[in-house]
Design a protein. Structure first.
Length: 451
């Protein structure tokens, strides 16, 4: 390598320095500002429900928030309500869905709400959340709800309570809640649906990819429920009465509810007004800000964004060598609550159901053998008098590390019992020894949606 003398190095540095002022003097181009998120769609509160008219289940609060508190409320319907009867005309299926979309827009306008999205799910007459998730298109719906959360950037999300309850208990209600809970937990994660948060190459060009959204973490998650017995919902969140007077309209929320309710003309008898007088029990499922459980929804909230809060995620349950549990939606929810940090719901929502339209009852049971040896388990049923078929002991052979999904179909007594509910029990024995039991409370009331 050639060695340079001190004089040569000095000359080189002077030569280079002679060009420096010219480089420093060049004009610096200023980058254009990044467009801000579209404020037309910013929401303070996002309601995620299943059908047009589901919003009436929480209308006392959303009307108050929108009209009196001047909060920006937006609504997502996961279906357009394309099933069920038409109380007004002959239109059905897709035609009725188009009518119900318009009914929802007119009805929510009473509450001052205009930002409304409809997903592509099909209204599915079932009480089973797993069936509804299947017909909804679980993955596609989750993608869409996460996108809408990132677009609207809500501080609060409100949805149906994810649980199997005695009441209307529509599977679509539960499915909408499942998707809303999942979206609450992942919309702030940039690694989930990353195409949504990828910046477009040319934001004013055409044929672009990248949606230009940003991750977003909502601050609070609330549930409401259509359970027919709602006393157990009290004291888990704020309560809003229909008899309260709207400060902006000077009439009760019940009066406003009635106007909004009547606009869902394909779904209801216009003379029916029972629901417009009911209180709204909200359940505080999650809060990432400090706020008492029964405080107003907006308590503790400002418009300062907060960091992403990852959910706890699912952890396998440690079971004994042999065990028994309720299957189907009940088993799913036990996993779901743990995965999404909703263990508070587990504390007050006990296994329950009501009869289907034909007074039939489906009970799925899971017999688990987590041991390394085959097991012969005997299932015992303890049923109140009058249930058919009568209780019989059934032998199940389980291979090692296996689960047997037993499907039990029963019919309730034809005579109405004095008690409003009955408790059905099942237990298993392993080699003559008790190895587990489950109980299900059945409300002895008609329910129009089949299991």
């Amino acid at each position: 390598m050639k060695a340079y003398t001190g004089a040569a190095l000095l000359a080189c540095s002077l030569l280079c320095g002679s060009f420096q002022p010219q480089l420093q003097g060049q004009a610096v181009q200023t980058a254009p500002p990044i467009p801000k998120p579209d404020d037309r769609y910013k929401a303070d509160i996002l309601l995620v429900v299943a059908h047009p008219d589901d919003d009436t289940g929480v209308s006392n609060y959303i009307t108050r928030a929108s009209l009196d508190q001047h909060k920006r409320v937006a609504v997502v319907f996961t279906t357009k309500g394309n099933s069920g009867g038409n109380a007004l005309g002959m239109e059905h299926a897709k035609a009725m869905a188009d009518e119900r979309e318009m009914e929802a827009r007119h009805s929510l306008a009473v509450s001052g709400i205009s930002n409304i999205w409809f997903l592509h799910g099909s209204d599915t007459p079932t009480q089973d959340v797993l069936h509804s998730l299947e017909t909804l298109g679980h993955g596609e719906a989750l993608d869409e709800v996460v996108r809408i959360i990132r677009l609207t950037r809500p501080e609060v999300i409100i949805t149906w309570m994810p649980g199997y309850v005695a009441g209307e208990n529509h599977g679509d209600h539960q499915a909408a809640s499942v998707v809303a809970n999942e979206a609450f937990d992942i919309a702030g994660d940039p690694a989930v649906f990353p195409e949504q948060v990828n910046a477009p190459r040319r934001n004013q060009g055409i044929s672009n990819y990248g949606e230009g959204l940003h991750p977003w973490q909502a601050k609070k998650l609330y549930f409401f429920s259509d359970a027919s017995h709602q006393d157990f919902l009290e004291h888990h969140g704020p309560k809003y009465l229909a008899s309260d007077i709207s400060s902006s309209k000077g009439v009760s929320f019940a009066a406003l509810n009635k106007i909004a309710w009547d606009l869902y003309a394909t779904q209801i008898d216009p003379q029916e007004d029972y629901y417009v007088h009911m209180p709204d029990y909200l359940i505080l499922a999650k809060s990432l800000v400090k706020s008492p459980v029964e405080a107003d929804v907006w308590d503790g909230i400002d418009h300062t964004p907060i960091p992403y809060a990852p959910p706890p995620c699912y952890q396998p349950v440690q079971r004994p060598p042999v065990s028994l549990e309720l299957g189907g939606p009940w088993a799913f929810y036990q996993q779901f609550y743990v995965a999404h940090g909703l263990t508070s719901v587990m504390s007050f929502l006990k296994p329950q159901t009501a009869l289907s339209a034909d007074h039939g009852l489906w009970v799925p049971l899971l017999l688990h053998n987590d041991s390394d040896q085959p097991r012969d388990l005997i299932l015992h049923a303890a049923l109140p008098e009058g249930w058919t078929p009568p209780a019989k002991d059934i032998l199940y052979h389980l291979d090692p590390r296996s689960t047997y999904p037993a499907q039990i179909f029963l019919t309730a007594p034809t005579t109405k019992p004095d008690a409003p509910s009955q408790q059905l029990r099942w237990s298993i024995t392993d080699g003559g020894k008790a190895a587990g039991e489950v109980a299900l409370t059945v409300y002895m009331e008609f329910n129009g949606v089949p299991q």
